[in-house]
Design a protein around this ligand. Structure first.
Ligand code: ACO
Length: 703
């Protein structure tokens, strides 16, 4: 792990391009450093000035005495390479390059950025940016940026690929009352990326939650690795913009068409314990919730309200998200029956009625907090004429302090009359919302993260499967030699078989006699299909004959297929006839794979057959995650296909162990052979004992 303390806690900072002109960025950076209360030495660098903002100025970085940990560079792009070299010669450890005009402008800018990168590497200078706003640490304190202002001290780190977002969020945070430990503007990520900063913020004792705004991820595999470890320590919430379906449109397999890069991000985030925010508000709602609340011990929520409508909305949202409305114990219900008006709802939500003053809220809080069937509490207050928003806020705060292990959320539904009460809550660290849906979203994020943490006692990894990789290698070699990228049925069945993935073996016959011998060997009834790289839809050209029960039928079918295909497509190369056994029992599922450019092979599982794309009953996992039984079981159980597999309407249950093994081996195959670009086993029939892959499509590319 890279230790970036020289960036966040430098002993000496140089500002190269420091200026005495208040309208220049080089002035703002020096001024920000001073105003932030930074305790180390600040060295403005400017060849023309003797002093800037009262600090002695140096003509170049080489003239500064002692170790410079951090240089903030704010000179025009054409001067940056020379300045970076000077930093290298002076032994600077880290540099924030504020300057724009690099990769983001393309052409010469891209060339310039590569040269900057090379200089960084040569001199071992870790680079932030270029094209960034800089970074801040409120605990050091250090403001090495040209943003306006310095955040309140807090425990949220915000890492952003957009500089504008850093500036805007910082400004918003003052009125939102949100405190930060770090603000980091990534810029073009020529060296340090979100991955390095997630690692660094994970190790930062002042950061409790990491929020990220990302447009892309630099290295998918490393991202998953780092986040999986980091999420075990603290929550990471990411707003990922710029999702595209381009990949999905280009895909030729079912799995590829269902996947797409957005899905890959979803899958990778989920797998590494990262929460994905849908929008900016959710990102910061979650940030505030994690920053102030303990993790809930479960998913059971108690709602206390003085108004029916908002509580119904909250209840609906809770149920939609899969959280649970807590069921109170008999003792709690009895006490409420005794102490609340007869018209109150004493079940969940607890409706203390429109005429409730603080005493009823206080009583209901006591009930909800003390009931062991409640994991978190949500108070929804509407400003009726008799409501006491501030006193109620005070009561909420008292209970929050008394029961620090149960999270509390407040929804103060209204505006003008609630300002003061809201302020009290926010200031004292209660996530406070205007509408219930946002509160539930934040709570749900906390519950899901807590589940991830609990489930994180690493499941035992499955032993490596016995496989015959030489056969796979040889098959791919032959296919590529034949100038093809798609495997024919007999080839893909050979590949699956080599990896122990259950498959209906298909054999290629080049004569009637051979077809009869194969049929005899595999057992009747059999299916015959024409084998040609040019015929995708075999049935359309009369290239398929099914249900053949004996030698005579096979002979006749063979000749009929040959005759029809030659008539319809006289120029198509025909490699022979594929022979396979008829298999028609079992639950039809799909196991597929598409390879994401960022995250590598992604496995899909779901209801199979011809309606896969219509039904979209598919779950996804990165192949790398499918190394333990628990992960594969989860993947299966979250689909509707699982209902069928368990034995729907009196059917016998299907062999789920065989399915788990098939998924495990498929994940192994696509990780071992990077040349597989797409793959579908559709359908895989899961029988009461065993499973059989019927139609297998594998596409490869030249490595
Ligand atoms: N060493 C030290 N100082 C030097 C050197 C040198 N080798 N060469 C020149 N300087 C001084 C200049 O003399 C000047 O000082 P002065 O005001 O005393 O004359 C100072 O460095 C700055 O140089 P200028 O030529 O005045 O450049 P300017 O400040 O106008 O612009 C900047 C530099 C800000 C880096 C500009 O090139 C730039 O990239 N602007 C865009 C920044 C940006 O948007 N970044 C992305 C952020 S993301 C977002 O905002 C959304």
């Amino acid at each position: 792990m890279s230790d970036l303390s020289f960036l966040f806690n430098p002993k000496q900072v140089a500002v190269i391009g420091a200026s005495a002109s208040p309208q220049k960025i080089g002035y703002a950076i020096v001024s920000n450093l001073i105003k932030s209360g930074y305790q180390g030495k600040i060295c403005p660098i400017n060849p023309k000035e003797k002093e800037i903002l009262g600090l002695p100025c140096y003509p170049s970085i080489g003239k500064v005495e002692g170790q410079v940990d951090l240089a903030v560079i704010s000179v025009p792009a054409r001067l940056c390479l020379q300045v970076a070299r000077e930093c290298g010669e002076a032994g600077v450890k880290g540099a924030i390059v504020i300057t724009a005009g690099f990769k983001e402008v393309g052409g010469e800018g891209l060339k310039l950025e590569r040269e900057l990168q090379a200089i960084g590497k040569k001199y071992n200078i870790r680079l932030v940016g270029p094209n960034c706003v800089g970074l801040m640490d409120t605990h050091t304190p250090l403001n090495a940026s040209f943003a306006t202002g310095f955040p309140e001290k807090g425990n949220i780190s915000f890492i952003s690929q957009s500089g504008a977002m850093v500036i805007a969020i910082l400004d918003w945070s003052f009125q939102a009352g949100l405190g930060f430990s770090r603000f980091i503007s990534l810029g073009n990520k020529s060296d340090l990326s979100e991955i390095d900063f997630i690692e660094s913020c994970t190790a930062d004792p002042n950061t409790k939650v990491i929020l990220v705004y990302a447009e892309d991820v630099t290295d998918g595999e490393k991202f998953v690795q780092v986040c999986t470890e980091a999420s075990k320590v603290k929550p990471i919430v990411i707003l990922k913009s710029g999702t595209s379906t381009a990949g999905a449109q280009a895909a030729s397999s079912h799995t590829g068409a269902l996947a797409g890069s957005n899905r890959a991000y979803d899958t990778a985030f989920r797998q590494s314990g990262v929460l994905r925010a849908d929008n900016m508000s959710d990102l910061f709602y979650l940030g505030r919730a994690f920053s102030t609340q303990p993790l809930p011990e479960g998913d059971r929520v108690a709602i206390i309200t003085n108004s029916g409508g908002p509580a119904i909305i909250a209840t609906d949202t809770i149920e939609k998200t899969g959280l649970k409305m807590a069921r109170f114990s008999k003792a709690t219900i009895d006490q409420m029956r005794e102490n609340l008006p007869a018209e109150s709802n004493i079940y969940n939500p607890i409706d203390v009625l429109g005429d409730a003053r603080v005493d009823r809220f206080r009583f209901a809080l006591q009930m909800a907090y003390e009931d062991e069937n409640v994991d978190s509490v949500m108070v929804i207050l509407s400003p009726t004429a008799v409501a006491e928003p501030e006193k109620t806020a005070q009561a909420i705060l008292e209970y929050k302090d008394k029961y620090p292990h149960k999270p509390i959320f407040a929804v103060y539904m209204g505006g003008k009359t609630l300002v003061k009460g809201k302020e009290m809550l926010v200031k004292a660290g209660v996530p406070t919302f205007t509408f219930p849906e946002s509160a539930v979203t934040a709570l749900e994020g906390m519950v899901r993260y807590a589940e991830f943490r609990r489930a994180n006692d690493a499941a035992p990894v499955l032993p490596p499967p016995n496989v015959d990789s030489n056969t796979v290698k040889a098959t791919f070699y032959d296919v590529l030699k034949d100038k093809r990228v798609s495997l024919l049925a007999h080839e893909s069945s050979k590949v699956l078989d080599a990896y122990g993935i259950p498959v209906n073996r298909t054999y290629l016959a080049t004569s009637v006699e051979e077809a009869c011998q194969i049929s005899q060997k595999i057992g009747y009834p059999v299916v015959l299909k024409v084998s040609s790289p040019r015929i995708a839809h075999k049935t359309d050209v009369g290239g398929v004959e099914i249900g053949l029960h004996n030698r005579r039928e096979v002979e006749k079918a063979y000749n009929r297929i040959m005759e029809r295909v030659r008539r319809y497509l006289p120029d198509a190369p025909i490699y022979g006839i594929e022979v396979s056994k008829v298999v028609d029992d079992g639950v039809e599922v799909i196991i597929g794979m598409s390879r994401d450019i960022q995250f590598g092979p992604m496995i899909a599982f779901g209801l199979g057959g011809i309606y896969v794309n219509l039904l979209k009953d598919v779950s996804f996992r990165l192949a790398s995650a499918l190394n333990n039984r628990q992960a594969i079981e989860e993947m299966i159980t979250e689909t509707k296909a699982y209902t069928l597999l368990k034995g729907y309407r009196g059917q016998k249950p299907a062999d789920i162990d065989a399915l788990i093994d098939a998924i495990y081996r498929t994940a192994r195959l696509v990780q071992d052979f990077e040349e597989i670009t797409e793959m579908d086993i559709n359908p895989l029939r899961v029988h009461t004992r065993g499973a059989t892959g019927l139609d297998v499509k594998i596409t490869i590319n030249q490595m």
